[in-house]
Design a protein around this ligand. Structure first.
Ligand SMILES: [Zn+2]
Ligand SMILES: [Zn+2]
Length: 322
């Protein structure tokens, strides 16, 4: 079967590899659609390590080979019996593995996936939409963690796919959103999805602007850009006793010198968020179609990831299909 295999930085090749053999606890799933995530780009650029020869991809859907059911694939495998699994946090499992990161993933014609990781897709959600569940799940998880009150100000740094979905879910929660990015083509979408204020950080100082709008600082801040400069801004954006969700990479970036009292936390999505994400898509409460800027076939995966990595192409979500 054809699969997108990691060779070395800047080199992911579509190759013929052996079809996986599912165990008794797994099902064989035929790939229908997947999307390229920021994590895939970190591997592609050589910024994060991944095993040579591994199939990448952790955001996809397909059809089960036995019953032909359309399913979304949750990529995190867990043991079901450790401290975290028994307390409802399988995404923190002591034996956690992420398909497409720690073992073979989904950008292949077939994947063997644990049966409990397969989530049925409602008929009115397309394959392409179901290929973009991870950032929707992450936005649900983060906003449920933040628990904003009606009209709370939420400042969202970064309006890539994750930030744009944070904007949408924050609006569903009744928040007021200040969306910050460096690219006007992304901020146009923030506006479409209901952001109350859009700030291009190339043109305006986001800290100054947020203070002008909120006077005392933002009730909540979501860092979804994952770069040192934006992580460093978070303590200057949040009000006293506010909350900051660090969703992007933040390791080693944060200095809390000026904070008297605030809650800073990291977050990732759990399997419980995926059915909720599908429900929001099915009810048209969240839109992912508008995030799709490019589509490629699985056999053209190299071109797909080059496009996702090229800001001149103005990518938001690059989707790969059969
Ligand atoms: Zn991802
Ligand atoms: Zn476990």
């Amino acid at each position: 079967m054809k699969a997108a295999v990691y060779k070395c930085p800047k080199n992911i090749k579509v190759e013929d590899i052996a079809k996986p053999q599912p165990s008794a606890k797994e099902k064989l799933v035929q790939f229908k659609a997947g999307s390229i995530c920021g994590t895939d780009l970190h591997y592609y650029r050589g910024e994060w390590n991944i095993k040579i020869g591994q199939v990448i991809g952790h955001n996809a859907c397909g059809i089960t080979s036995d019953t032909g059911e359309r399913v979304a694939m949750y990529p995190i495998t867990y043991c079901g019996s450790c401290y975290y699994c028994l307390r409802g946090s399988p995404h923190l499992c002591e034996k956690v593995k992420v398909m497409g990161m720690d073992c073979d993933g989904f950008f292949a014609e077939f994947a063997a996936v644990p049966t409990e990781n397969l989530i049925p897709i409602p008929a009115n959600v397309s394959d392409e939409e179901a290929a973009i569940l991870e950032p929707v799940g992450l936005a649900i998880h983060t906003l449920n963690f933040l628990e904003p009150k009606l009209s709370d100000w939420i400042t969202i740094l970064g309006q890539g796919p994750i930030g744009l979905l944070m904007t949408q879910v924050a609006k569903l929660k009744g928040s007021r959103v200040i969306a910050i990015d460096l690219q006007d083509y992304r901020l146009k979408l923030s506006e479409k999805y209901g952001a109350d204020v859009c700030v291009n950080a190339r043109e305006e100082d986001p800290v100054k602007r947020v203070k002008e709008i909120t006077r005392i600082g933002s009730d909540m801040v979501i860092e979804a850009a994952g770069v040192k400069q934006t992580v460093e801004q978070t303590p200057f954006l949040v009000r006293g006793a506010g909350k900051v969700a660090l969703v992007g990479a933040s390791s080693g970036y944060l200095a809390l010198g000026n904070v008297a009292e605030a809650l800073f936390f990291c977050t990732c999505s759990s399997p419980f968020d995926y059915p909720m994400a599908l429900d929001l898509l099915s009810k048209k409460l969240v839109d992912v179609k508008g995030l799709i800027t490019h589509k490629f076939k699985l056999v053209d995966f190299e071109q797909a990831i080059q496009t996702a990595d090229n800001i001149a192409e103005k990518p938001i979500k690059v989707v790969v299909t059969t």
